[in-house]
Design a protein around this ligand. Structure first.
Ligand SMILES: Cc1cc2nc3c(=O)[nH]c(=O)nc-3n(C[C@H](O)[C@H](O)[C@H](O)COP(=O)(O)OP(=O)(O)OC[C@H]3O[C@@H](n4cnc5c(N)ncnc54)[C@H](O)[C@@H]3O)c2cc1C
Length: 398
């Protein structure tokens, strides 16, 4: 059965078909999942709300953590391969895909803006999988409006920076070795985007404390509050330029959106595949339920939504890899893919009927997990606001 258009029309005829290397990578991730993270194990860990250290170690051994870093820093591949990894993982252990979105963001930030000392201390360990990364931006009083609402501050005192405040919804903070913390270093004047600085610090720096939050989904990766109480770090903890942290993050955020879109596609694909198989097998009124138009149309619409988003992701990743500006395409990809994933998993729950309620079947996990990408890393409403201005030239909506 061809669930992807590329398979149906033939890879040679598809201008967006993946390279042989990407296909090889995809096959490798699939076999790792089969061996290390089969469905039952993933569901069990999800129930126990546990990070899959075994899978993480296996991915690290295969060099997956180093994708996207320059070869000179010990990396290989680019955003296209990152997206392949994230998509494949999301079709299985989705929490690990989310972990990789965060990890690849760390790889990008350290590679692009890290000082030689940051790279020496952390980048090698991140690329080998020996160290884990968390990105601390969102706050209790500010998510979408983070630039204006940020309250976490850093003051320069006798050549050191003293950080106070609170971050929230931070992925993987319980197991992180290193944090990238974004803090306000100057009051807002002309633009809220100015006066914000990025800081690198070991997760066990005195004054940092972490509390895991109870969440409805992404149970294989912790989601946490992180508190900063007079956390004192040296001048060398500044990543990039003082006061310019936001501007420096913009390129990284495009890539994060591409990877979030790839994850949405992966989870949607996993759910669609499951629903199609189920619809073929489940019998009612003497035929398979997949023979009923109401069911079939929903499945076809799901495939259509996935393929539309997949095209945007492939274009956005190709533009980024070629050094172009993918802000519009990555934004469109993120909205299209996350909404495709919500649609496919919602329909999937309905097509499975009572079976959809079983925690022994992965549909409910995909259904819960993909909700994240509708509002993270940036809410689709806000992405639409940005597209209204950047793509359509409409007045700024916020
Ligand atoms: C599981 C999980 C993991 C996360 N991981 C991380 C992480 O690792 N690091 C990190 O820094 N953050 C992380 N986040 C936070 C995430 O990035 C934010 O939740 C997201 O940016 C949205 O912010 P908010 O939740 O404060 O929503 P709000 O900003 O309060 O938005 C609420 C609603 O208002 C709408 N809205 C707001 N402003 C506008 C506007 N101008 N126009 C139209 N609609 C608007 C939004 O679309 C949304 O529907 C994570 C969140 C979760 C749940």
């Amino acid at each position: 059965m061809a669930l992807e258009v590329t398979d149906a029309i033939g890879r040679n005829a598809d201008p967006l078909a993946e390279s042989p290397e990407q296909l090889e990578l995809r096959a490798m991730i699939r076999s790792v999942i089969e061996a290390a993270a089969p469905v039952d194990r993933t569901l069990e860990l999800d129930d126990r709300e546990e990070f899959d250290e075994v899978l993480h170690k296996r991915l690290a051994e295969l060099g997956i953590m180093s994708i996207g870093a320059p070869e000179s820093d010990g990396g290989m591949g680019d955003i296209r391969e990152q997206a392949t990894v994230v998509e494949e993982l999301a079709a299985g252990p989705t929490s690990m895909a989310i972990n990789m979105v965060v990890h690849y963001m760390g790889v990008e930030v350290f590679s692009s803006h890290g000082s030689p000392a940051h790279k020496a201390q952390w980048l090698g360990r991140l690329l080998s999988g020996d160290a884990k990364f968390s990105f601390a931006l969102s706050e209790p009083g500010a998510g979408t409006d983070i630039a204006r609402g940020m309250r976490t501050s850093a003051r320069n005192v006798d050549g050191s920076w003293v950080i106070n405040g609170q971050k929230t919804w931070i992925s993987g903070a319980t197991h992180a070795d290193v944090f990238l913390v974004v803090a306000r270093t100057a009051p807002i004047q002309r633009s809220a985007v100015e006066g914000v600085t990025m800081f690198v610090m070991p997760a066990d720096t005195p004054g940092i404390s972490v509390r895991e939050l109870p969440t409805v989904a992404v149970h294989g990766l912790s989601t946490c509050e992180v508190f900063f109480d007079n956390v004192t770090v040296p001048e060398s903890a500044v990543m990039g330029e003082v006061h310019q942290g936001f501007r420096m993050l913009f390129g990284t955020l495009n890539r994060e959106r591409i990877n979030a879109a790839a994850g949405s596609i992966g989870a949607a694909r996993g759910a669609l595949e499951y629903a199609v198989n189920y619809a073929n097998e489940r019998q009612a009124f003497g035929r398979s339920i997949g023979a009923f138009q109401a069911v079939q149309h929903r499945l076809v619409d799901g495939a259509l939504a996935i393929e539309s988003a997949r095209g945007l992701v492939a274009r956005a990743a190709a533009v980024e890899a070629a050094g172009g500006r993918a802000d519009i395409l990555s934004s469109m990809a993120k909205v299209a893919a996350s909404e495709a994933a919500v649609k496919v998993t919602t329909d999937g729950m309905e097509i499975l009927g009572g079976a959809g309620f079983s925690r022994e079947i992965p549909m409910q996990r995909w259904f819960r997990d993909v909700r994240l990408w509708v509002f993270a890393p940036l809410a689709n409403d806000m992405v639409r606001n940005n597209l209204g201005t950047t793509l359509l030239g409409l007045p700024k909506a916020f």
